[in-house]
Write a protein that binds this ligand. Sequence first.
Ligand code: NDP
Ligand code: GUE
Length: 282
Amino acid sequence: MANLIDGKAIASKIRGEITAEIAALKTKGITPGLAVVLVGEDAASKVYVSMKEKACQDVGIFSDEHKLSADTTEAELLDLIDKLNCDLRIHGILVQLPLPKQINTERVLEAISPHKDVDGFHPYNVGRLVIGKPVFQPCTPYGVMVMLKETGIDLNGKEVVVVGRSNIVGKPVALMCLAQHATVTICHSRTKDLAAKVGNADVVIAAVGVPEMIKGNWIKPGAVVIDVGVNRVGEKKLVGDVEFGPAAERASAITPVPGGVGPMTITMLLQNTVESARRTCR
Ligand SMILES: NC(=O)C1=CN([C@@H]2O[C@H](COP(=O)(O)OP(=O)(O)OC[C@H]3O[C@@H](n4cnc5c(N)ncnc54)[C@H](OP(=O)(O)O)[C@@H]3O)[C@@H](O)[C@H]2O)C=CC1
Ligand SMILES: Nc1nc(=O)c2c([nH]1)NC[C@@H]1CN(c3ccc(C(=O)N[C@@H](CCC(=O)O)C(=O)O)cc3)C=[N+]21
């Protein structure tokens, strides 16, 4: 039976450290500030944004929330971003994704100052990650790496299989594993014989968005399983991209959903915001 990688516990430990760092910054007259921009009425996005706001309050970050209507134009959003780029109280800017279809997401992400890009989505920060000199790293993949480190899992020479190639999870987590000297395979919807690819992995990172599509019997005995998927089934139940029960019987360690990668994502957002405040003040 696998060890459970308790994302909630790791996140809570790191949040304690962040709280202390912020208290120290405040004695120097600096309060880290995070602007969160939500466009539209997407129910899941609303939940995430309120979780981010609460997390900011808990650790002492000034949280500046902007809720815009679903028919907001791209020009209006770009205008707000310009203001936030110049606002000295704000060290981090996060525009919640997905955006309504009248807005070009790439243009918006490029408008955020790379120095305030705590999501790590600006092409400048993506490029820094690619060349192995990261500045702001995207929160979910960053959280995955911290979880592995805190659990004492060394990636050097390991076979890592990432399922999913999105810009926010799959691609960046693959690059981060490469930087830790893993041999990385990135799988996606056109991959042939996914079961065999997964079966070869010492570490499986699932970021697909299809409930329980990675079957427990694909997992190599003793492998580590990181499940990034957050899928709502029915009214209340949340499940990951991995068939948890059967996978846990074969894996040496596994993350649960909920309580795995999710809490780490928000923690790394707080961390990036504090880091940004510290940099501005140096
Ligand atoms: N815990 C957290 O903090 C976060 C969780 N998530 C969750 O992670 C999951 C992935 O998110 P995200 O990366 O944004 O999703 P995307 O939809 O952007 O990407 C999904 C990826 O999975 C691939 N894929 C889809 N179906 C299959 C399949 N049947 N077999 C193999 N690959 C497949 C797609 O391939 P292709 O490119 O070919 O289309 C794509 O690359 C979601 O459940 C999301 O909710 C996301 C962000 C943060
Ligand atoms: N600009 C931007 N940055 C993001 O980082 C971003 C985004 N847009 N859009 C959506 C995704 C998704 N995401 C999650 C954050 C926390 C949990 C999380 O804490 N999940 C809890 C459960 C929460 C629940 O009950 O719904 C858990 O897994 O334990 C999940 C998913 C950040 N994202």
